[in-house]
Ligand binder design. Structure first.
Ligand code: PMP
Length: 486
């Protein structure tokens, strides 16, 4: 067998094989899925704006006025008046000095991370951060220290032991597969204490959380206090593309250094115009955000009545954690056959053993649709012998899945602390997991959370002097000369 065939067969054997499912029509509350009418419960079109008539009309009008493509990258001839207009609006929306658009959230994350950390620097990254952050960390060549999910105590502990060069903390604000929220105020305080930069990815918080849907940063009262806030246009804002909001100086720096911005075509005018119209609608009708949250409450309540272990939250992302990969696929298929579509999510998107249906609510669902969906999942689970009560309650314990994925030639994003100062090596990093052996200082000192240490002496955080020594000041000149040398 050829290598590719073998790898595909292995993915099949592991229950990790994926295929595309064809949707007809726009991303509304109901769609035709491969010809079958279903309730759509896995789209990130949270506010129902992707299919809103005003957003569609704005995109169509922009295509007529500015054309379909931007023609080149922003730094060549691709910066059009409509880009500038959306950047101004987004900076205002995020309460920041400036904004720059990227082609997508994936591109924004890899571009911003690579601009803020490089060889000799250190990135502290939540273990359940999105893959685009994981990849940004890998590409940056910085040392990457993965801290336990939402665990500020562990993050503090990591700071006390690691941190060469510039230091960057990066976190999702609303985690994409669990819908829980990062403790941003505490993380920001820690960043301040250690003189580290903080980057927050608001992909799933924009439009769903905070005053007027302005996100988790605004909800936490941290407007203007985060070094870089990344948001996407492809989820609640119903379009495609992404943005980074920051100080004027930082945005100027990103324009000069973020490679995924410099070397990629500017976002297409129809997508930019669609996002502008979506922002207008969000400002005019903020009740859509409240509707999304009340819909999330309705779905959670109905799932709980079916026996599913759902958390008491108002977030629009609701995981039903089945565990085993094939079981999640079977539940997905069974629900589709009874008229509800929620895609099964498996490794490497989530840690091994935590495969799930990731349900996402839209503001455009009706309460009765959501109640009906909960009934469909409950009945489907019971028919398959998967008792809803036996499912895993979030948040999940992390699990080691690297070996299993490695066998199939895929890399795991989860369940490992990776700590690598070696330069990016395509042979090694482009294919297999990047997990390098932990240095002695890391592995010999297991982290013991405060609550488990009892009366033992708490880990002393490094004094300000250590932070000052480790955190070399940001130096634009050094960055630029590095880029020139490369
Ligand atoms: N960040 C997070 C947290 C995400 O969930 C996603 C997409 N699922 C992205 C970034 C990437 O955004 P985009 O789809 O615009 O590339």
């Amino acid at each position: 067998m050829h290598e590719i065939e073998e790898r595909l067969a292995e993915l099949e054997r592991l229950g990790l094989s994926r295929r595309l499912r064809l949707v007809s029509g726009p991303q509304g509350p109901t769609v035709l899925l491969e010809g079958r009418p279903v309730l759509l419960l896995c789209s990130n079109n949270y506010l129902g704006l992707a299919d809103h008539p005003r957003v569609r009309e704005a995109a169509a009008a922009a295509a007529m006025r500015w054309g379909v493509g931007a023609g080149s990258s922003r730094l060549v001839s691709g910066t059009m008046t409509i880009h500038g207009r959306l950047e101004e609006r987004l900076a205002e929306f995020e309460g920041s000095e400036a904004c720059v658009l990227f082609g997508s959230g994936y591109l924004a994350n890899i571009g911003v991370i690579g601009a803020l950390a490089g060889g000799g620097d250190t990135i502290f990254s939540d273990e359940l951060n999105h893959a685009s952050i994981v990849d940004g960390c890998r590409l940056s060549r910085a040392e990457v220290v993965v801290y336990r999910h939402r665990d500020v105590e562990h993050l503090d502990w990591c700071f006390a032991r690691h941190g060469r060069g510039r230091r960057l903390i990066v976190t999702d604000s609303v985690f994409s597969m669990d819908g829980d929220v990062a403790p941003l105020a505490e993380i920001a305080a820690l960043a301040d204490c250690y003189g580290a930069r903080l980057m927050v990815d608001e992909a799933h918080a924009t439009g769903s959380l905070g005053p007027g849907g302005r996100g988790a940063v605004a909800e936490a009262g941290l407007d203007g206090e985060i070094d870089v806030v990344v948001g996407t246009l492809g989820k609640a804002l119903g379009s495609y593309g992404a943005y980074a909001c920051a100080s004027t100086e930082m945005v100027r720096y990103l324009l000069n250094t973020a490679r995924s911005l410099i070397f990629s075509t500017a976002p297409p005018p129809p997508a930019v115009a669609g996002a502008l119209a979506a922002l207008d609608l969000l400002r005019e009708r903020p009740h859509r955000v409240e509707r999304l949250r009340s819909n999330a409450r309705v779905l959670r309540r109905a799932l709980a009545a079916e026996g599913f272990p759902v958390t008491d939250s108002e977030m629009q992302i609701v995981p039903l954690i089945v565990g085993e990969e094939n079981a999640a696929m079977r539940l997905c298929q069974e629900a589709i056959e009874h008229g509800v579509f929620a895609q099964a999510i498996r490794p490497p998107t989530v840690p091994g053993g935590t495969s799930r249906l990731r349900l996402t609510v839209m503001a455009s669902h009706t309460h009765s649709e959501l109640e009906l969906a909960a009934g469909v999942f409950g009945a489907a689970a019971r028919r398959l012998g998967l008792a809803p009560e036996a499912m895993i309650a979030p948040p999940v314990e992390r699990q080691e899945s690297a070996a299993q994925l490695q066998a199939a030639g895929m890399s795991s994003d989860y369940g490992v602390e990776y700590f690598s100062s070696a330069p990016f090596d395509l042979e090694r990093d482009g294919d297999l997991p990047e997990v390098a052996a932990a240095p002695a200082s890391w592995s010999q000192e297991p982290f013991v959370p405060e609550r488990e240490r009892g009366a033992a002496e708490p880990d002393a955080a490094p004094a300000g002097t250590a932070a000052a020594r480790l955190n070399a000041p940001f130096d634009l000149e050094r960055e630029l000369s590095g880029a020139r040398a490369a």
